[in-house]
Each structure stands twice: as structure tokens, then as C-alpha cells.
Design a protein around this ligand. Structure first.
Ligand code: PLP
Length: 394
């Protein structure tokens, strides 16, 4: 039999999807499950966005279009980044892709050579090390530790840079910890990148979901626009996961390289969704701030009550919609806690090792369910811990 290429065996999946599959199985058997495993907002796009996609299809905007995205959307993204992040980005520095993940993988394909080393956050989005290995390159983790409030240790990063290091990836706010990197951290990363001539991939997919302060993008720092690729999109900020819309921002010669990859693979992003995306960026109904306020309420509710349950400990996240919960004091492994919560009380969360070795003692819960469901999840978690404490006492 002909063989599958070895690069596929280098890739790994996402832990969330495995838990989701098991949760669905249990639901089929009639069990009640509260889904806190997927990073999928429970909101839907604002009404004007839905109207815009309807109008686009009705008006025949369903054709092949420019490989890098329609000009109108690329300039709208430039204006949006100016308005919301104070970035100077020209339309020629933007490439539209079907999802942030696609934009990320295009950037990695364009900039990483086999044998290169790529620094990535641990815990972090599991696709960073997986896709690095798929490119026959070496993923090198840097830790985000609780004792450091999940900020990276710049001296650890510096010590891991070798002549083979080509790229540093970071994600602020971070999935799964919710950490927003401080201005000092970002300046430190920029300094290392300039000193060692590295590419920086700044995954800003959660940049709008911020519970205080203004977003600082590394793109804006001196000498960084020339070596940075910003990844962002519509899945999280505009609750448009299934629309598959993301983008990369970089210097024009980098965008040209990504564009060549687009031409050789998916040709272009769907035209009608790009027209609707322009409407989303305007956010005339203020859907984004309303959604962020709701995430803030959920965060406050979930974290404060969870911290009262014996064995669980969680720092309130500064951004994104995840609670990253230390379960060390339960005396059980994160996999055991994940399994007990799902199988016995119907709460689906993910054991932290799915996000890297540093996640060993953690569980991630996505705060993508309504407040009353989060309350119910907390009641169930409390009930589960009472069962196991009673079992130990027996
Ligand atoms: N980057 C991070 C950090 C994410 O958490 C996710 C989705 O969970 C993505 C990228 C992918 O986004 P998209 O759905 O737009 O491909």
C-alpha cells in the first residue's frame, strides 16, 4: 500500500475535540452535560453582519476573488487596527484567510525552514508545536508559570535562543491562561527578536476580549513591524467561528509569500463572508463591548466561586474567556479530575496537558455558557469534590 507522508505523523490534535466527542456520547445516552471544553463563543454575529452576508449572496458576490482578499476588506482591516489598536497597517500589508489557524499556518509555512527552532508558549495553543513539527522544525517551549503570574521569564527565553532559532510565537491574551503580556514583557520579547534577528508571530485572536487597559501590539514597537506577523480574525471577537475568517498582517514581501501559498492551495476566502466581515468590523451595534462585558461577569462569577471550592485555585484572567484552574490540591491528577467531572457530574473541561507539559496540574474551562449554566457547573463541581473527600474520609 502507498504510504502517508511522514509529516502527518508529526502533527497532533486538539484535546478539546476529544473531550467534546466523549461529552456528546454521554449526551446521546441522555446525560446532562455542561460544555466548558470548546473555545467557541455561545454568541452569534450581530444582526447587521447576518444581513450583510444575505445581501452579498443575493447580489451575486459569490465568485473567485483576489487571492489575498478583497481590497475593501483589507483596507477596512487596516482602519480597524488603527481604531482599536492604534496600528499603522496599509491594505497591502494584510492577507485574508479562512480562519486565524489558516493565516497562522501560512505564516509558518512561509517563514520556517526544516531544522529551524521555534519558541512557543507552554501552556499555549497546541497547534504551535504541532505545526512546527509538521514543517520538520523543532518546537522549543518557554514556560508560563503561575508563580510568575503566567508571564514568560525573559531570561528563560534568552537562554533557549540558539543560532537555529528562527521564530518566536506568542499569544496575548493567552489561550489557555488568559494572561495579557505586560508592556515590559512585550518590550523584552521585541528586544530579543531584534538582537537575534527573529521572526515574531503575535497571535492576537483574543485582543478585543480584554478586561482592562488598552491592547498593546508588538507590531507598534520600534523595528518590529518588519519582523512581525500579526494573526487575528473574526472567530472570537465577533463570534464568527464557523464563518472561517482570519487575517495575517505583515510587510508586503511577507504577504506576497503568503499569497503564493494561497494561490497554490485554497485560491481565496469566500467572497460573501468577506463582505459581511466589513460590516462586523464597523460594529455599529456595539456587539463586541457588550459581549466582553458578559465575559467579564462570567469570569467574576466563576473564578470567585471556584476559589471557594477546596482543592481548586484560579487567578482571574485579564483577557480571553478561559479559566485556567490549578487542581494540585485536590490530590488527584488533572486527567482524573477531568474524567470525574465529565463522567460523574457532567461538566466538560480539559486537562491542561493538552496545552503543554506546564499544564500538568491544571484544567481549562471555557466561559462560553450563560451565567446560570456556570452556576450549575460550580454546584456540580462542588458536589464531585464532596464525593471524593467523603471517599477519602471513609
Ligand atoms: N489562535 C488561538 C490562540 C486560538 O485559541 C484559536 C482558536 O481556538 C485560533 C488561533 C484559531 O482561530 P480560528 O478559529 O479563527 O482559526
Amino acid at each position: 500500500m502507498p504510504k502517508i507522508a511522514t509529516r502527518v505523523s508529526q502533527l497532533t490534535g486538539e484535546g478539546a475535540l476529544a473531550v467534546f466527542a466523549r461529552a456528546k456520547e454521554l449526551e446521546k445516552k441522555g446525560r446532562s452535560i455542561i460544555h466548558l471544553e470548546l473555545g467557541e463563543p455561545d454568541f452569534h454575529p450581530a444582526a447587521p453582519v447576518v444581513d450583510a452576508v444575505r445581501a452579498a449572496v443575493a447580489n451575486g458576490r459569490d465568485r473567485y476573488v483576489a487571492t489575498r482578499g478583497i481590497a475593501e476588506l483589507r483596507s477596512a482591516i487596516g482602519e480597524y487596527l488603527k481604531r482599536t489598536r492604534k496600528l499603522d497597517v496599509a491594505a497591502e500589508q494584510v492577507l485574508v484567510a479562512p480562519g486565524c489557524k489558516m493565516a497562522l499556518s501560512l505564516a509558518m509555512m512561509a517563514l520556517i525552514e526544516p531544522g529551524d527552532e521555534v519558541l512557543y508558549p507552554d501552556p499555549g495553543f497546541p497547534i504551535y508545536p504541532s505545526f512546527t513539527r509538521g514543517l520538520d522544525a523543532k518546537p522549543v517551549p518557554y514556560a508560563l508559570c503561575e508563580k510568575n503570574r503566567f508571564q514568560p521569564d525573559l531570561s528563560e527565553i534568552a537562554s533557549k535562543i540558539t543560532p537555529k532559532t528562527r521564530m518566536l510565537i506568542f499569544n496575548s491574551p493567552n489561550n489557555p491562561t488568559g494572561t495579557v503580556f505586560t508592556a515590559g514583557t512585550i518590550a523584552g520579547i521585541a528586544e530579543l527578536a531584534r538582537k537575534h534577528d527573529l521572526w515574531v508571530v503575535s497571535d492576537e485572536v483574543y485582543a478585543r476580549i480584554l478586561f482592562g487597559g488598552e491592547y498593546l501590539s508588538i507590531w507598534a514597537l520600534p523595528g518590529m513591524a518588519e519582523r512581525t506577523v500579526v494573526i487575528d480574525g473574526f472567530s472570537k471577537s465577533f463570534a464568527m467561528t464557523g464563518w472561517r475568517l482570519g487575517y495575517a498582517v505583515a510587510q508586503k514581501h511577507v504577504i506576497d509569500a503568503l499569497d503564493m501559498l494561497v494561490l497554490n492551495t485554497f485560491t481565496c476566502t469566500a467572497e460573501f463572508s468577506q463582505w459581511a466581515a466589513i460590516e462586523a468590523l464597523k460594529d455599529e451595534t456595539n456587539a463586541v463591548p457588550a459581549m466582553v462585558e458578559e465575559y467579564r461577569r462570567r469570569r467574576d462569577l466563576f473564578v470567585s466561586r471556584l476559589n471557594q471550592i477546596a482543592g481548586f485555585r484560579c487567578q482571574p484572567p485579564d483577557g480571553a474567556f478561559y479559566a485556567w484552574v490549578n487542581i494540585e490540591d485536590t490530590g488527584k491528577s488533572a486527567e482524573q479530575v477531568q474524567s470525574i467531572l465529565l463522567e460523574e457530574v457532567g461538566v466538560a473541561g480539559i486537562a491542561g496537558a493538552a496545552f503543554g507539559a506546564e499544564g500538568k496540574n491544571y484544567l481549562r474551562f471555557s466561559l462560553v455558557s450563560a451565567a446560570h449554566q456556570l452556576e450549575e457547573a460550580l454546584d456540580r463541581i462542588q458536589r464531585a469534590t464532596m464525593h471524593w473527600r467523603a471517599a477519602v474520609a471513609r
